[in-house]
Design a protein around this ligand. Sequence first.
Ligand SMILES: Cc1cc2nc3c(=O)[nH]c(=O)nc-3n(C[C@H](O)[C@H](O)[C@H](O)COP(=O)(O)OP(=O)(O)OC[C@H]3O[C@@H](n4cnc5c(N)ncnc54)[C@H](O)[C@@H]3O)c2cc1C
Length: 430
Amino acid sequence: MQQRNVITDVLVIGGGTAGFGAAVAAGRQGLDVTLLEATSKIGGVMAFCPGMPWGGGYPVDEIIGGLIEELTNRLSTMKPPAAEKRPCALANFGPEIIYDHDIATLTMFEMLEEAGVKVRLGSIAITPKVVDGRIAAVSCCDRNGPFSVTPKIVIDCSGDGDISAKSGVPFSLGDASGNMMAVTISFHMTGVNWAEAFSESDPYYTRYAEKGVAEGRLHPDLSKLYLMRGFHSGTVFCNSVHVRGVDGTDPSAVGAATQKGRRRCYQLAQFLRSDVPGFANAHMSMLSPTVGVRETRKLHGIYRVTGQDLIRATKFPDGIVACDNPIDDVMRSDGDMTHEAAIGTGQYYTIPFRSLLPQNISNLMFAGRILSADSVAFASVRGMPQCMAMGQATGTAAGLALRAGQSVQDIHIDTLIQDLTAQGVNRLAQ
Ligand SMILES: Cc1cc2nc3c(=O)[nH]c(=O)nc-3n(C[C@H](O)[C@H](O)[C@H](O)COP(=O)(O)OP(=O)(O)OC[C@H]3O[C@@H](n4cnc5c(N)ncnc54)[C@H](O)[C@@H]3O)c2cc1C
């Protein structure tokens, strides 16, 4: 049985792209790192929506660098290659990285192993014990029952921020009215005739979708289908089935949305076969094991990134990653899917390290989609490459804080930026 009283330098909660970045970066500094992942797989949204492209990795067509570049290079130089850069079919998005899902998640796990990270799958962080403004311990649980972790530093990469919220970090849910973006369940169609299917120039296949909705064969929220070439020839990734009004922090709501979404996916797969050229001999595969949740808590950090910061293309002195993603908003309340450009052509902004730091807990950082941002900025900053880079920054900062015996709020920012630059992260303050 795994250890029940774990003492560790760094506890990373959540093994999505942010947790991967945090744990690898901390492990590479020789720290003892424990990564808890509630499910049986590394990847977070990558695991929940297999094949979801890494978007936003190339602001103004230059890769952001760091771990996402390393991972992409590792995959794309395999024989045969397991990743490649492709243009995105949607307006205002830069190039994406498309990859083989299984090889990518295997490789990420290997990178965690190589960094010496102790990965505990099927393990959930439940309750923090806060003493004198720091997290002294975290009660956790796996199938064998409770266990505790006594960390020097906690990095919350859980997407939902349960531990940060229970530690007293203020947060907001969704937008100013509490509306969160829709959750999504994805699948692939395998055996598609690409030449026929992609003779359609509209990435949303609107004329087909509208017919299916009008005839009552597709749910009204399927009036835009987003169909894109999968990594492997003859596969199509269907990122189309969105379920509105789901609170991703409520497991029963997530379970119900998953089943509702699966029914819509099956309905859509049948429709594609019967109505859309190229799909007649295709079948559904890689249906999400659970819905992908875009948005729940946004923690309130020392700095809150705003829509205005994006419009101004702000480059913060403590910027830890570049970004030029559009405002990628998906069906909040009764809203539509939109991806308006956030900033002018050829511009980018950076995400400040202070948006990953709470005011009140001296040994806690957070990374990924729970960063401190308003709902407009959130819709842009949340790409997986950016989440991985946020993780990388916090993992690196953990090393600085522990070596200097400082709180995470007191680390020397110039040193952090120098370290990240030395790790290959591009376009940070000099
Ligand atoms: C449907 C959908 C489509 C998207 N499309 C794209 C796209 O095309 N390109 C792109 O780049 N980005 C896309 N995004 C955004 C991007 O995927 C997310 O913002 C990003 O993956 C968030 O990463 P994360 O590591 O912060 O959180 P997550 O990926 O949500 O991972 C959090 C992890 O923490 C674990 N966890 C949670 N609580 C606990 C706990 N208490 N204890 C232990 N483990 C815990 C979860 O199981 C999960 O594995 C999309 C998101 C969704 C949902």
